[in-house]
Ligand binder design. Structure first.
Ligand code: FEO
Ligand code: CA
Ligand code: CA
Ligand code: CA
Length: 607
């Protein structure tokens, strides 16, 4: 939260060209190392990875699969020791278990191992000498090291929907304690030193939706849960290990996922929480800023085609300082407040034809308003109680006419300027068939490459009810006329496709990682100044191995280290553990892992 400088610093590194190499590629003058990979020890004494003998118990002590969000929190003011907090979004059983044939053929113990490979990891790191490199601390108490899993970790539910009828189950009749977290995608670090994590595609873990009543089916299907088949194809078959994933037997279990989760990595005994006040949808993540008036504001995206952008404003104000009292207070900030959904207005919608051509005023831009959905126990949506609005937030957004966006992924305010950046990853269904047509905020039909939206709250007040917005980057090959880089010389810009996560360095440069590069090269990490004459001068900083997605990213506050998570390397149709499509990082079968990158001469990254 000490990032006060605004503006930008010239980015002089030589951009990494698009490539299809099965390596992690960084610019000249930089180096990288793998900090942690799937199966590495997290809890001291964890057994080594043995793919022939993985069990829930073993995996519960090891680094999980498909690392996504990366947060680095200092333990010492020098940054000598830090806590790495990582989400494990999902599993690729076909790449994890030898002889894989189908989810149905997995042993129950393998299913439990997959459940334990979901969740989060907290791991203490230490700086290597006086460089930007970090490695796992393998001596001392390592008391913070912790696995949070879908298999066994208990979560407290907070906020107005906690205890509601929608959250009650046979195992938890009070509706206030949930086992596990699912599909944790992006996240954020709060100003009080906790980590937020978004439960995203939780739908794929549930079966039995076909047995629900018509009313319940409508709700399930709005969240992507199959309501036609008893055992939908593509489900994870977890009900074989734990029947709560069968909605025919436990109809409310799905309502207990799809929340924002808060983890306090500095208290290894603390029970993580699911905050219902922030609504339930396919949460990509949440990022918090303290508004000028002291209330905290969390910005959030619902990653689905034609879904919405949200913000939460706390009832209570942030308390400064490091006292225990301040921290105790700040830990309650996300338990009560007001949830809004975004409605974007346009200045020149009539000129939008879906081709990506700029309107005559030279910019995709407009105004917008935050529509109040629920405040504490009070609903502002006709026909829905507060608990309903929070538990079935997508339906509330539908009712109030929120703007249907091209898959809002990471949404993050710049702490340097207070402006908010939204990664809209793609939407190939935009403008096709009876789907919503292109509009000024989502200006391309069959949007394959995505775009970045900048949102500026009126009066520079993050609690404002109105804002302006613009699109600083419309992604793709810069040679494609349907791209835009804030008017910057496109011959100097790197191709970019499918922006997913965003982050900032200490001077406010915008870092963007990609998922699913539709231009055919590997995914990567990019950076651009977002203020001043260099705005839009986007350059590729690294690329990840074949089949991988670039997640994280995280730039340390001293600008000396860039962390990324390499998610699902080798995730190519037909690949297996025995015949991997990627050999990263160890030369044998592919393993997701977290990488740190630093400048060999010790200087600030990017400069
Ligand atoms: Fe898990 Fe929306 O990416
Ligand atoms: Ca993501
Ligand atoms: Ca982010
Ligand atoms: Ca994604």
């Amino acid at each position: 939260a000490a990032r006060q400088q605004s503006g930008s610093r010239a980015l002089t590194f030589k951009a990494v060209p698009p490539n299809k190499l099965d390596s992690l590629i960084v610019p000249n003058g930089y180096d990288h190392s793998v900090v942690l990979r799937w199966g590495d020890e997290v809890v001291p004494g964890a057994p080594a990875l043995d793919v022939h003998n993985q069990t829930g118990a073993r995996q519960s002590k090891q680094f999980g699969y498909n690392n996504d969000f990366v947060g680095v929190l200092p333990l010492t003011s020098s940054g000598k020791r830090v806590l790495l907090v990582v989400n494990h979004e999902y599993t690729n059983e076909d790449l994890m278990f030898p002889g894989f044939t189908s989810q149905d053929a997995l042993t129950v113990e393998q299913v439990k191992a997959a459940m334990a490979a979901h969740g989060l990891s907290v791991v203490e790191l230490e700086r290597v000498d006086d460089t930007g490199e970090y490695r796992v601390r393998d001596n001392g108490s390592r008391k913070y090291n912790r696995r949070i899993t879908a298999l066994a970790t208990k979560f407290d539910v907070t906020g107005p929907a906690a205890g509601s009828a929608y959250l009650q189950t046979a195992a938890d009749p009070k509706g206030r304690t949930v086992i596990g977290t699912l599909n944790n995608c992006a996240g954020g670090i709060t100003p009080w030193g906790t980590v937020l994590s978004g439960e995203e595609n939780f739908n794929q873990y549930f079966v039995g939706g076909n047995e629900a009543s018509a009313d319940v089916k409508a709700k399930l299907s709005r969240y992507g849960i199959d309501t036609t088949n008893r055992y939908p194809s593509g489900s994870r078959k977890w009900e074989r290990a734990d029947e709560r994933f069968d909605l025919a037997k436990h109809p409310n279990e799905a309502n207990r996922f799809g929340w924002i989760v808060e983890v306090d990595p500095f208290d290894p005994e603390s029970r993580p929480r699911k905050h219902t006040a922030l609504g339930r949808f396919k949460h990509e993540g949440a990022n918090v800023i303290v508004a000028k008036n002291g209330h905290v504001v969390a910005y959030m995206g619902d990653d689905e085609r034609f879904d919405y952008l949200y913000k939460f404003v706390s009832d209570k104000k942030f308390e400064k300082g490091n006292s225990n009292k301040a921290r105790e207070h700040n830990l309650t900030l996300l338990e009560s407040g007001t949830l809004y959904v975004a409605k974007l207005g346009y200045t020149s919608a009539a000129e939008i034809d879906g081709s990506g051509k700029l309107p005559s005023d030279g910019a995709f831009n407009g105004q917008g308003q935050w529509i109040k959905l629920v405040s504490g126990d009070q609903s502002f949506v006709e026909g829905m109680t507060a608990a309903e609005v929070l538990t079935f937030t997508r339906l509330a957004g539908d009712k109030v006419g929120a703007t249907k966006m091209d898959r809002p992924e990471d949404v993050e305010p710049s702490l340097a300027t207070g402006k908010v950046y939204v990664a809209l990853t793609n939407n190939t269904a935009r403008g096709t068939g009876s789907n919503p047509k292109a509009d000024e905020a989502n200006p391309r039909t069959s949007n394959r490459h995505g775009h970045i939206l900048e949102l500026v709250e009126d009066g520079g007040d993050n609690t404002s009810l109105t804002f302006t917005w613009s699109l600083p980057i419309v992604c793709g090959d810069p040679a494609d006329p349907a791209t835009y880089f804030s008017g910057y010389d496109k011959t100097k810009v790197s191709p970019i496709s499918c922006p997913d996560n965003v982050a900032f360095d200490s001077v406010g440069n915008l870092w963007i990682s990609t998922d699913g590069n539709a231009l055919g090269s590997n995914d990567g990490l990019f950076v651009t100044p977002i203020e001043g004459p260099e705005k839009g001068h986007l350059k590729q900083f690294l690329t990840v191995p074949v089949g991988g997605e670039t997640c994280g990213p995280f730039i340390t506050s001293d600008d000396r280290s860039v962390f990324v998570a390499v998610q699902h390397p080798g995730e190519i149709s037909g690949a297996s553990l025995e015949n991997p499509a990627s050999n990263w990082p160890d030369g044998d079968f592919a393993k997701p892992g977290v990488v740190v990158t630093w400048r060999v001469d010790g200087g600030p990254i990017g400069a």
